[in-house]
Design a protein around this ligand. Structure first.
Ligand SMILES: Cc1cc2nc3c(=O)[nH]c(=O)nc-3n(C[C@H](O)[C@H](O)[C@H](O)COP(=O)(O)O)c2cc1C
Length: 323
């Protein structure tokens, strides 16, 4: 089993093979400041559009902010125009990122309407062309994140693995669902296993349905993948990389985490980057993620929903029974 080992992607050596996924609307600077202390092998900023980055749209540049102690750190780009991809990749490299990932999995309509995201699965040759463009423009490693196919009638993951390998990608992250599955239903890990069998040099990262250390263990065992990418599981447990490390050492489940302290820290980081109204919205989102299993959490959620200032959130947190 390939668990909890360093992972080499091109010249980049990740300290471990538990990667945290890019999650639009979630893996912002505040989340990454929280997550980095649990030492995932690699973290990503939120996905940015190639065109938006080239045009230098402010909000896009903000999304690529990171702290020096977040290395190794990746940027993920999304688009379908090969002519712009090289220039975009160069901007990312110049910003000091360690790896560039090309998104071919995003299912949302406003992304796929111009052939980007998961719509790329319908044009696998274009995936190869864009990867070649990106790779020719930078020295850092390049990876691609895909789904197994558009729908169950058009599963083409094995072709895509070969195309990405031929283009020179260092890794391919495979979300084991089709585009038509969205984010529900089983993640079909058997395709990750088959992909690993045919991969020669390209590293295969398994993704989809990883929420607990036991899931990670199962993914490694069943697919023989080189690494895993945790997505919603990292929102529910930003500490999952550390929990996995401890699970590997003693095979015990359960991991103590001071959720109150973590939430207050998250509030502090969110205040640093957002206006007050946005802070309230963000804290509501977070209360629904890694606090959601706390006893009586609905009381805290309601108190946060009724908050009209950050001070109200602080007092709601302090009045909540965290025991
Ligand atoms: C809210 C949300 C935002 C996401 N944003 C991105 C993204 O920006 N880039 C990406 O490659 N995948 C994105 N994904 C997909 C995840 O990275 C991952 O592939 C998917 O959730 C499957 O893993 P899971 O079942 O373990 O959550 C997103 C998923 C969710 C739920």
């Amino acid at each position: 089993m390939n668990s909890n080992t360093a992972l080499k992607l091109g010249d980049l050596i990740l300290p471990n093979n538990i990667l945290y996924a890019p999650l639009a609307g979630f893996t912002d600077l505040a989340f990454r400041r929280i997550a980095k202390q649990f030492k995932p092998g690699l973290m990503f900023c939120e996905m940015v559009k190639i065109e938006a980055l080239i045009r230098g749209i402010d909000n896009t540049l903000d999304m690529l902010e990171y702290d020096e102690d977040m290395h190794p750190i990746g940027a993920q780009i999304c688009g379908s125009n090969p002519k712009l991809s090289k220039e975009c990749a160069k901007i990312i490299e110049d910003k000091g990122f360690d790896i560039i990932d090309f998104n071919c999995g995003c299912p949302v309509n406003k992304v796929i309407k111009d052939g980007s995201g998961s719509a790329m699965l319908k044009t696998p040759e274009l995936i190869g062309e864009i990867l070649s463009e990106i790779i020719s423009g930078v020295k850092i490693p390049v990876s691609v994140k895909v789904r197994i196919g558009w729908d169950f009638n058009s599963i083409n993951i094995l072709d895509i693995v070969q195309i990405a390998e031929k283009a020179g990608a260092a890794a391919i992250t495979i979300h084991g669902r089709t585009r038509s599955q969205g984010y529900s239903g089983p993640s079909n890990w058997e395709y990750i296993k088959e992909s690993k069998k045919i991969a020669k040099k390209i590293k295969v990262i398994g993704n989809g349905g990883l929420f607990e250390p036991l899931d990670i263990e199962k993914m490694f065992k069943e697919t023989n993948c080189d690494g895993v990418m945790v997505a919603r599981g990292a929102l529910q447990k930003p500490w999952i990389a550390k929990e996995w490390e401890s699970y590997c050492l003693n095979k015990q489940e359960g991991f103590f985490i001071d959720k109150k302290a973590l939430f207050l820290e998250h509030l502090h980081y969110t205040q640093m980057i957002c206006h007050e109204r946005q802070v309230l919205l963000e804290m509501k989102k977070i209360a629904a993620s890694y606090l959601k299993n706390l006893k009586d959490i609905k009381h805290l959620r309601i108190a946060i929903m009724n908050s009209s200032s950050t001070e109200d959130v602080f007092s709601a947190v302090n009045n909540f029974n965290w025991a």
